[in-house]
Design a protein around this ligand. Structure first.
Ligand SMILES: *Cc1c(COP(=O)(O)O)cnc(C)c1O
Length: 345
């Protein structure tokens, strides 16, 4: 069934971003494919990344790892950032997944389940997940990686970045022979002294940021398009949409587009949102409904069936995110299952 909305994923651009991150960091790149590769489809993205040479991935949840293992086969190493949660240890072991152990109870659970390859997360100041440096356990058999996560990598001027890096370097030195992984997407552009042994980017692979604006080395990957369902002339003084969210100050031509919040077009995207329509950016008008939104198409040569772009190759995702008061990560992961994903490349 053809769909009036679609998310097109350019796997060649994904591959190009992967190689750009390799070049920026000078170390191995271990892609983060959690949350279904930020909504783009983890199996398709990871399969292409394997063709580009990747042999290590990160997911967040055990279930994501189990699904990826079934799809990718036995070869790649898959780390689970949640760690060894609840009674997931047997499932982790059965799928040959490596938990990122975050605290002593997780380490004890993993040991009780028979242990096996795993990583340790060190909390170097974010106070989110991981062992505090002074609580970090002694080196043990099966430990293959130590990692930590930057809190302010999207702000190169933040002095916390260097502080976390130095704490991490000191703690990681206690675990000789393990892979040290530190930098996410933002960290990959902070300099080689942030790279350690393996980078761990997500959003830049998928075409966002890292600093809330497009980096020239990163290409757009996801393009979110929807078809116009109807074009209408609205006389001056009449309103558009729920609650008269927009009132025409002059005669306007309004295109009603088949994309609403049930597709992932956040309601916060109006009133500052813009879409690419008829070869230019035009504002969204009025409230976003569940299934449709409205665009000012005055003086444009557009008709029902024409496609508009909410973000992608013409409307940078970071600009769209800023207009919606959020970040590219949330825009991508908000696109719902109703929107079919199409892959090119
Ligand atoms: C999500 C996540 C990443 C990837 O972050 P990006 O900013 O998308 O590059 C890396 N490491 C950890 C621990 C994460 O949770």
């Amino acid at each position: 069934m053809p769909s009036p909305t679609r998310l097109t994923v350019d796997l060649n651009a994904l591959a190009a971003n992967f190689h750009a991150l390799e070049a920026a960091t000078g170390v191995q790149v271990h892609p983060v494919v959690k949350a279904d590769s930020y909504g783009l489809g983890a199996v398709a993205c990871a399969t292409r990344l394997m063709a580009e040479g990747v042999r290590t991935f990160f997911v967040a949840r055990a279930a994501e790892g189990v699904g990826l293992r079934a799809a990718l086969g036995p070869e790649p190493v898959i780390y689970v950032l949640d760690g060894c949660v609840g009674d997931t240890a047997p499932a982790l072991k059965a799928a040959d997944l490596r938990p990122v152990l975050n605290h002593g109870a997780q380490l004890a659970t993993w040991r009780a389940a028979g242990s096996g390859p795993c990583a340790l997360q060190i909390d170097t100041g974010m106070n989110r997940l991981g062992f505090r440096p002074e609580e970090a356990p002694e080196p043990f058999d099966g430990l293959t990686m130590v990692l930590s996560h930057l809190a302010c990598a999207d702000d190169p001027s933040a002095e916390m970045n260097a502080r976390q890096r130095d704490v991490f370097a000191a703690v990681a030195a206690r675990y000789p022979g393990t892979i040290r992984s530190f930098a996410n997407s933002g960290g990959d552009f902070l300099g080689r002294d942030y790279a350690f042994d393996a980078a761990r980017p997500g959003i830049c692979l998928y075409g966002g940021g890292p600093e809330g604006r497009p980096d020239p080395r990163i290409r757009p990957v996801a393009t979110f398009c929807a078809d116009i369902l109807q074009v209408r002339d609205v006389p001056a003084g009449e309103s558009v949409g729920y609650s008269r969210g927009f009132v025409a100050d002059a005669p306007r031509r309004i295109a009603t587009v088949a994309a609403g919040y049930a597709d992932g077009v956040l309601r916060s995207y109006s009133p500052r949102g813009q879409v690419w329509i008829g070869g230019m950016l035009r504002p969204l008008v009025g409230r976003i409904s569940m299934d449709v939104c409205a665009v000012d198409a005055t003086d444009l040569d557009v008709a029902a069936g024409d496609s508009v772009e909410l973000f992608g190759t013409h409307r940078p995702i970071d600009d769209a995110a800023q207009a919606a008061g959020t970040i590219a990560y949330e825009l991508l992961t908000s696109i719902t299952a109703r929107v079919p994903r199409h892959y090119i490349g």
